[in-house]
Structure formats: structure tokens, C-alpha cells
Design a protein around this ligand. Structure first.
Ligand code: FES
Ligand code: FES
Length: 203
């Protein structure tokens, strides 16, 4: 976390106030670029705050115990399981849910690729898969190795299906759409990288 994020967090914490007899606190969450005020008990998970208080129901509750990945959201660009997180811990931090992935009202390349490759069936796991894939691609591009990275010292990691499967292994799909999910992530990653490459060439 940066110094300015820390300062914002401290400011938000100072602003929090006890709001009722059941010890609810009024906190501010930054969700998909918007400041959202909520009154919650300190024990409320980020998942429940998003779904039940802010009515952002794209984020799904599967197991509610950290085993399925359906509740994955991004905090400051990193993926977390919102069912295992207390909302109050995330005041002032940049939270992105599936509702915030579209770009200016258009589907992101990853969302479009999920449609193109049939990366879902019932769709219950899909928002978690999408958020997890965004965070995973960032980890990959930052050179963070996984359990299946053969040479962690080489500095280059092949964006292989083995890497994708390992890095997405925390997101379960009961419909078994894994082949389409893998294809979609591979295509979106290569599309984004070829755009970056072409932008570099045209400079
Ligand atoms: S609902 Fe959070 S991991 Fe399953
Ligand atoms: S699409 Fe149904 S659980 Fe994944």
C-alpha cells in the first residue's frame, strides 16, 4: 500500500463513527470508482457489504468459507476472496467488482472472450473467474512465479495452459466450463499484449 493510500485509510478510519445501538459503523468504501457509504457491524464480510448493503449482486456467494472463488474481487488490483475479508478492513481502498470491469460501457476483452469461447454455462462462478483472471494476469505480468513455474530465476514465464490452470485453481466451476475459461484467458492475454506491442511499435 502506498503512503497516500495509508493516509486515506487513516482518514477514513477517523471518520468512521458508531451509528447505532448494535455497534454499527459508518464507513466509506471505494467501489468501482465511486465513494459508497455503508453502515455495518464490524463483523460484516466485504462480500455481504457488497451484495446486501450496496446491492452489487454480481459478486457471488458460493461456499462462504474460502473454497470456491465465486466471491473474488480486486482490491488495489489484487484478487482477494471477499467472503474471508471484513469490509471494515478495506475503507479507502480501491475495490473492483465484476460490475466495474467493463470499459466505458463496453465489455472488456476478457469478458468478450468468455462469451466467444463459451467460458460459462450457468454463470454463477463467472464473476469470480473474471476478477480472478484480471488479478492473475497482472501477477503473471509482474513476474510472480506459481507452483508450476519451472525456473523461477529465469525472469520470463511462459503463459502456458499449465500456468493458467494452476493460477486459476482457486476458482471452481460446477458446470465444468474450464476449457472455455482457459481459452478465453489465453486469448484476452494475447490480445492485450499484442495491443501493447503494436502501441510500442507505432511510437
Ligand atoms: S464464497 Fe468465497 S470462496 Fe466461496
Ligand atoms: S458456469 Fe456454472 S459454475 Fe461455472
Amino acid at each position: 500500500m502506498t503512503h497516500s493510500q495509508n493516509a486515506e485509510l487513516e482518514r477514513q478510519a477517523a471518520e468512521s463513527s458508531v451509528a447505532g445501538p448494535d455497534n454499527r459503523l459508518r464507513i466509506t468504501l471505494m467501489v468501482n470508482g465511486d465513494r459508497r457509504e455503508v453502515e455495518i457491524e464490524p463483523r460484516v464480510s466485504l462480500l455481504d457489504a457488497l451484495r446486501e448493503r450496496l446491492h452489487l449482486t454480481g459478486t457471488k456467494k458460493g461456499c462462504d468459507q474460502g473454497a470456491c472463488g465465486a466471491c473474488t474481487v480486486l482490491v488495489n488490483g489484487e484478487r482477494i476472496l471477499s467472503c474471508l475479508a471484513l469490509a471494515i478492513q478495506y475503507t479507502g481502498q480501491e475495490i473492483t467488482t465484476v460490475e466495474g470491469l467493463a470499459l466505458d460501457g463496453s465489455l472488456s476483452p476478457l469478458q468478450q472472450a468468455f462469451i466467444t469461447h463459451d467460458g460459462f454455462q450457468c454463470g454463477y462462478c463467472t464473476s469470480g473467474q473474471l476478477c480472478s483472471a484480471v488479478g492473475m494476469m497482472r501477477e503473471f505480468d509482474d513476474g510472480v512465479p506459481s507452483a508450476v513455474t519451472a525456473d523461477v530465476a529465469s525472469g520470463t514465464i511462459d503463459f502456458s495452459d499449465t500456468e493458467i490452470k494452476e493460477r486459476m485453481s482457486g476458482n471452481l466451476c460446477r458446470c465444468g466450463a474450464y476449457v472455455g475459461i482457459c481459452d478465453a484467458i489465453r486469448e484476452a492475454h494475447s490480445e492485450v499484449h499484442s495491443e501493447v506491442h503494436h502501441a510500442g511499435e507505432s511510437r
